[in-house]
Design a protein around this ligand. Sequence first.
Ligand code: SAM
Length: 410
Amino acid sequence: MTAIPNTSLPESAKAHIAESVERLIESEGIRLQSQKLYPKTAAGLRLARLEVALTIGAMDVVEHAVAIARANGATWDDIAKIAGLSSRGSAARRFGSLRGSENETPARAAIRKLNRAKRAKNDDFRTRLVDVEKELAHYPDAFRGKSVLLPCDDVDGAFWHFFDANFDRLGLTSLTATSFVEPGAKAPWAEVAVRNSEGTSRSSLDGKGDFQSTQVQTLIAAADVIVTNPPFSEFREFVGTLVEHDKKFIILGGMNSATNSGVWSLIRDGEMWLGATANGGAMPFIVPSDYHGSNVRFDDEGRRWVGVGVRWYTNLDVDRRHAPLPLTAQYEPEHYPSYDNYPQAIEVGKVADIPADYSGEMGVPITFLGRHDPDQFEIVGFSRELVRENGFRVAGRALYDRIVIRHAVS
Ligand SMILES: C[S@@+](CC[C@H](N)C(=O)[O-])C[C@H]1O[C@@H](n2cnc3c(N)ncnc32)[C@H](O)[C@@H]1O
C-alpha cells in the first residue's frame, strides 16, 4: 500500500509522479490522499487513477481519467467524492467540458478537445530546455553533416538554445529557425535565424512564418531534419507537410495524436514512431499570460504552467525501438477475455500483462506505443479502425482505445 501525501507538487515533478504512481497502481492496492483504499479490481484501479490525476492536477490526465471512469459506469457522485466536491452537480460543473457527456465516446472527446484548443488559441506552449535535452540525447549521430530546421521557433526557444549550444558537438552544417506571428500580434513580421560556418544572421520573413507558406515550405524542402514542437491544433497538417517533403523529423505532439486520422496509418505502417522519452505522464509547458485554462499553475516568478500529455514523434531510429519488453505473463484463457465485437483478439488491459506465449492478436492500451520494438511485435490495427463502433467491448463494457498487436514472427 502506498500513501501519497497531500502536498502541492511542483510542475516539474508531476510527470514523474504520474508515471511511477501509474506503475504502483498497476502492481498493488493503493491508498491515496483521501485515505480510501482502492481494491485491485478494474473499477478500483480506475477510480484510483482518477484520484491521482486530481491530486497532481494534470488536467489532461484528469479529463482522460474522468472520461474512462464515466464510460465504465462511475457516477458523478463517485467523482465528486474523489475530487472532494460537495455534490454531483459541482463535479459535473467542475469537469464542465464533460458535461452532458454521458454517452461521449473517446473519439468525440478528442474532437471536442481539439476544437476547444483551436478556439482558445492555446497553441503557444513553450517547451523546456531540459525536455528537449532529454529526448535529443538519444539521437547522437542523427545531425552530423545535416542541416536542421526549427520551423515554429524563435531564437529565445529551447530548440534553438539546444542546437546553438551543441552545434559543433553534433556536427550540424546549418541551423535555421523561423518564428511565427500570431494573428493580431504586434510584431509585423516573422523572423528567420540562420547559423552556419559563417556565423549567425537574422532577417525578416516575407509573411507571418506560417509553416504552410511558400517561404517556409521552401526551407522545409531544403532541410535534412526538422525538429520542433509545432502548434498542437495543426499537428496533422504539420506531419502531412513533413511526409510530403519526405523529411526526417523529431517533433512533439499530443499523446492522443498517434491515433488521429492522417497520423495513425504512419504509426501502424512503421513510418513514424514514438521517441525515447515522455512516454507517460504529462510534460510541463510555460503558457502566455493571457492563457486561462482551469489547469494553470503559477511558479514563484508568476509564470503560468500547464501539464500536457505529449509524446515525441519521429521517423529517426532511436534506441528505445530496439529494447524488447521483458514479458513474464503466460496466457490463461480466464484472464484474457476476447472482445465482444472483435473476437479474434484478446484483451490485455496492461502492457505488463502481455503474455509471452500467445500467438494470436492482442488488444493493448495505447501506452504500448512508447514500448514498441518492431522486432518483437507487429501492429495489426487500432480498435476504432478495426470495428465500426467506437471501440472494443468486453462483456458489454466499453473500453478505451486499444492497439491490436501480435508477436512478430522471427
Ligand atoms: C506548441 S508551441 C511551441 C513553441 C516552440 N516551438 C517551443 O517548443 O517552445 C507552437 C508554436 O507554433 C507557432 N505556430 C502556430 N501556428 C503556426 C503556423 N501555422 N505556422 C508556424 N508556427 C505556428 C505558435 O506561435 C507557437 O509558438
